[in-house]
Design a protein. Structure first.
Length: 249
């Protein structure tokens, strides 16, 4: 059974995730940084460094797709790669509206375009992007394999996909400490600040149910990515997954 934010509703996971992010969008950036102690910023920086060094010589993709872009923080970090164009897609109009304002204020809206789009049915041609990135988004896919397969479809041959996602710490005492924090402290703060009682209960539930580590790599490879790599971060609280789309012979 799929983990969903609003258990009293019979709408699809996709619809519920869109509703949830619309509800929490005004406080999303603040909560992200507060609940992670700001370490989410360092995780994104590390993920982009890993993307750059994923090929030799250093990889400088011209076109980047940022899936489940939210308010665009990962897209902004990807600017350090000096791309010609970044397209961010998300199903939440609330998140995109904040993201578009953020891009205008920073004067980068001519490089970063924010568009409505379903991550499991991307509105792009085959082989369109040099790199595909996603932070804290694949966990919300209704069908993980379908979403990853579509990400592979829009990545050009020889391109790279980088996924940054929450994962479950495996070692004592971090496993026990993180479980207590995510199930007790995080929902309480999230509920008080965002006024959505379900959103930050859904977060630890979705992380617990997510196939992380080697399990994710198996699905990644089933979607068509090769030379995959798993990089645990901060005692396993988050992970970076790198995958390559094979170049044409």
């Amino acid at each position: 059974m799929a983990v969903v934010p609003y258990k009293d509703k019979d709408t699809s996971k996709r619809e519920q995730v869109a509703e949830m992010f619309d509800n929490i969008s005004p406080k999303y950036d603040l909560l992200n940084h507060v609940l992670s102690g700001g370490i989410d910023i360092l995780w994104r920086k590390r993920a982009i460094r890993e993307l750059r060094s994923s090929k030799s010589p250093a990889f400088h993709p011209g076109t980047i797709l940022d899936i489940a872009t939210g308010t665009g923080d990962f897209a902004l970090e990807a600017l350090t790669l000096n791309p010609e164009k970044i397209v961010g897609v998300d199903i939440s109009e609330g998140m995109l509206a904040i993201g578009r304002e953020k891009m205008k204020k920073r004067g980068v809206d001519h490089i970063i375009e924010m568009r409505t789009g379903d991550s499991e049915g991307l509105p792009f041609a085959d082989n369109e992007f040099d790199a595909v990135i996603v932070s804290f988004g694949v966990r919300n896919f209704e069908n993980l394999l379908k979403g990853l397969t579509d990400m592979n479809r829009v990545t050009r041959p020889g391109g790279v996909c980088v996924v940054l996602e929450f994962s479950n710490p495996r070692q004592f005492p971090f496993k026990q400490l993180y479980r207590f924090y995510s199930r007790t402290i995080l929902p309480l703060i999230g509920r008080v600040v965002s006024k959505d009682s379900s959103a930050y209960t859904y977060l630890p539930e979705s992380v617990q149910a997510f196939p992380d580590g080697p399990d994710f790599l198996r699905i990644y490879e089933a979607a068509g990515f090769t030379t995959t790599k798993w990089i645990p971060l901060t005692f396993g609280i988050a992970s970076i997954y790198i995958g390559h789309k094979p170049a044409r012979p």
